[in-house]
Design a protein around this ligand. Structure first.
Ligand code: 2M8
Length: 437
């Protein structure tokens, strides 16, 4: 008898199972063979539905790479692999006096752990309070690190110092920065382009900038003070700050349950200032959404990307601004296309000349951003648009599989038989599971 094909949700579980390494989950075999910070957060949400022990282990493994000053790196090299560049020897985390024995990178990623912990707790029907107690202080310490080291003007907004910290690696927003950066022409030993189509990845010149920044940080031994005063890439990013604010909110909720009075008061102070500054500084009246601020050059970077809508998830805009933003961008504006030509949500403004529907973070749809925006829309009661984004997310995953990113142009969807980048990509599978539950 022929074997019954696996249902989609079983296929998603198989992706997670295959990428599980015994104590953490890799984002994608070959392409990303180590533990990544925000990937692990989203992956833990998928695990929480099917195997809570693994969700907990995923988070514990990520925290095992935390530095003494509270910093959590973007890559943890628990294992060896030569299929990725740049590996542990390029990042050289041992140069920092704060780094642990475990080899890690010396840059971070959007701080999702706080809200991931609260989500896992809810998925457990509030049964995992002991686990919350176990990891709460470490995540709080991470927020403390951000507000004491990454906010030189004491505004409640933290900066990122590298494009890899944004998670949206090659968004056209950074083109403004690269234009003025005279990075050396390093010989690169890229491996990503051996796994997936090079035309869907960042260019070699962009990689030279990425490596140049890492080389500068190494020459400063990853010292935050030196990076803040000399780093050429110093950006207040709406996605990164929204993740921190959403995680603050979750830590406040969980801290109340644990009766952590002092930490909760501190979190509330950070939170209030953060939300105020976010609306004052990162909201663009002309564009009707949130943009980036370049602290090094004291200028706004007035571009609209999917990161511009992440503040919805963190409850940053008031109802009126949120509704206007969604009406304009998702119902009749650029991200939907005035004739509804695009799936929600392209990672970069489809009207821009820099929009590229195939190239990584320059246009394609990403499942984690869709999940964030979906949750944000629900938070503001915008059910119809939320359902639309959920529909588009399910549509690409069902049609093409658990790829890393997808073409947002409806007109080409019937001519394609797959998504872009890596296949069997963990957070695509994990968030599929979460969105279906
Ligand atoms: C991508 O970034 C890595 C560097 O961190 C890379 O291209 O080598 C990004 O999509 C990032 O957001 C993601 O966390 C990582 C692993 O999935 O891949």
């Amino acid at each position: 008898m022929a074997k019954k094909p696996h249902s989609k949700i079983e296929q998603a579980k198989i992706v997670l199972e295959k990428n599980w390494q015994g104590s953490f989950t890799i984002p994608c075999e070959g392409l990303y063979p180590f533990q990544w910070n925000w990937d692990s957060g989203f992956i833990a949400l998928g695990w929480a539905h099917i195997n809570m022990d693994r969700a907990k282990q995923e988070i514990r493994s990520l925290l095992s790479g935390q530095w003494k000053n509270g910093f959590i790196p973007h890559i943890l090299f628990h294992n060896e692999s030569d299929s990725y560049f740049p590996g542990p020897e390029v990042h050289a985390s041992y140069l920092s006096p704060h780094s642990p024995a475990l080899k890690t990178s010396g840059i971070t990623q959007p701080p999702v752990l706080g809200f991931v912990l609260e989500e896992c707790f809810k998925i457990s029907h509030n049964e995992e309070l002991d686990f919350v107690r176990e990891v709460f202080d470490a995540i709080y310490h991470n927020h403390h690190y951000f507000y004491t080291n990454r906010d030189p003007k004491n505004e409640g907004l933290v900066y990122i110092c590298h494009n890899w910290e944004a998670g949206t690696d090659n968004t056209p927003v950074w083109d403004e920065i690269w234009k003025d950066l005279e990075s050396p022409e390093y010989q690169l030993d890229r491996r990503d382009t051996k796994h997936v189509d090079a035309s869907n990845r960042p260019s070699n010149r962009e990689y030279q900038h990425y490596i140049h920044l890492i080389e500068l940080f190494k020459s400063w031994k990853y010292d935050d003070g030196l990076i803040a005063s000399n780093g050429p890439f110093l950006i207040q990013d709406p996605l990164f700050n929204a993740m921190l604010i959403k995680s603050n909110e979750s830590l406040i909720n969980l801290g109340n349950l644990l009766e952590k009075k002092e930490q909760v008061s501190q979190l509330r102070r950070w939170q209030q200032k953060a939300k105020e500054s976010f609306n004052k500084k990162l909201y663009s009246k002309e564009l009707g959404t949130y943009v980036y601020y370049d602290l090094r050059n004291e200028r706004h970077l007035n571009y609209v990307s999917s990161s511009s809508f992440a503040p919805l998830f963190a409850g940053v805009p008031n109802q009126e601004i949120a509704e206007e933003m969604v009406r304009w961008y998702f119902e009749k504006g650029t991200f939907s296309g005035n004739k509804g030509q695009f799936l929600l949500c392209a990672s970069f403004d489809p009207k821009s000349t820099s929009f590229d529907p195939k190239r990584y973070w320059r246009g394609p749809v990403w499942i984690n951003l869709n999940w964030i925006i979906y949750r944000g829309l629900l938070r503001y009661g915008m059910k119809d648009v939320a359902e639309k984004i959920k529909h588009d997310t399910m549509y690409v995953l069902n049609k093409f599989g658990f790829y890393e990113y997808f073409d947002p142009r409806k007109e080409v969807l019937n001519t394609l038989d797959k998504g872009y980048g890596g296949n069997n990509f963990s957070w695509s599978a994990a968030l599929y599971i979460d969105m279906l539950k």
